[in-house]
Design a protein around this ligand. Structure first.
Ligand SMILES: N[C@@H](CCC(=O)N[C@@H](CS)C(=O)NCC(=O)O)C(=O)O
Length: 213
């Protein structure tokens, strides 16, 4: 079965674990200790990971894929699930994956990390907070007109964008201000097999004070 190198505090890992779970694919979790210097992490992980980060998914045929959205893309293509139905929808899905990687992944995860783990410089944290609000507005404006990011139904775009949302409270973000986002998260929660991050990912190696990821 595929091996997922992961960490239970990583929403990028959660995206992959959630996609595998919703697709009904069994996988083995190998928690990586992010407190350790990259060069001191296990040899099998270092061999599989191009950038030294989690998540990495190693398929049964030996293909190792890193970068959460590249993994989601690979899963959708390999298992034929949670992708757009038409070529145009597949394009929309990948537009959202790129948006997530450039926008959302640069805001909410870092705000949460600064507010719940290792504090960033206050000016930097303020920048994360401002950017998070703008990104939530972008999502909200889109989700006023559609149940999922691509209108045909749930896709890897939703799985990617929701990766850190279930931890919004840890970033001290109150999603009551974004009701369309909350409703969308409710629809994701209602997907058959959905599980919350800490329920899905095995907790090992708590993040130590001062660790930066
Ligand atoms: N763009 C990457 C981000 C991955 C990432 O930032 N991973 C963090 C955990 S959330 C990590 O492995 N940090 C450990 C380190 O930097 O040493 C993705 O989408 O997978």
């Amino acid at each position: 079965m595929p091996i997922l190198y992961c960490h239970h505090e990583s929403g990028h890992c959660y995206k992959v674990a959630l996609a595998l779970t919703l697709m009904g694919v069994d996988f083995e979790q190998r928690p990586v200790d992010l407190n350790r210097l990259r060069e001191l992490r296990s040899e099998d992980f270092r061999n599989a990971s191009l950038f030294g980060e989690v998540p990495v998914l190693v398929f049964d045929d030996g293909l190792a894929v890193c970068q959460s959205n590249a993994i989601l893309d690979t899963l959708a293509r390999r298992y034929g699930r949670f992708d757009g139905r038409t070529e145009a929808e597949k394009v929309r899905v990948r537009e959202w994956l790129s948006w997530e990687g450039n926008r959302l992944a640069m805001s909410l995860p870092h705000l949460r990390f600064s507010r719940s783990f290792t504090a960033a410089n206050p000016a930097v944290e303020a920048w994360f907070a401002e950017r998070t609000q703008v990104d939530l507005d972008t999502l909200q404006n889109h989700l006023y007109c559609t149940d999922f990011l691509v209108s045909s139904g749930p896709t890897i775009a939703d799985i990617s964008a929701c990766g850190y949302m279930f931890w919004a409270d840890q970033a001290r973000i109150n999603l009551d201000s974004w009701p369309a986002v909350q409703a969308w998260l409710g629809r994701i929660r209602a997907l058959p097999g959905w599980r919350a991050p800490y329920d899905l990912m095995r907790a090992r190696h708590p993040i130590l004070t001062g660790t930066r990821t």
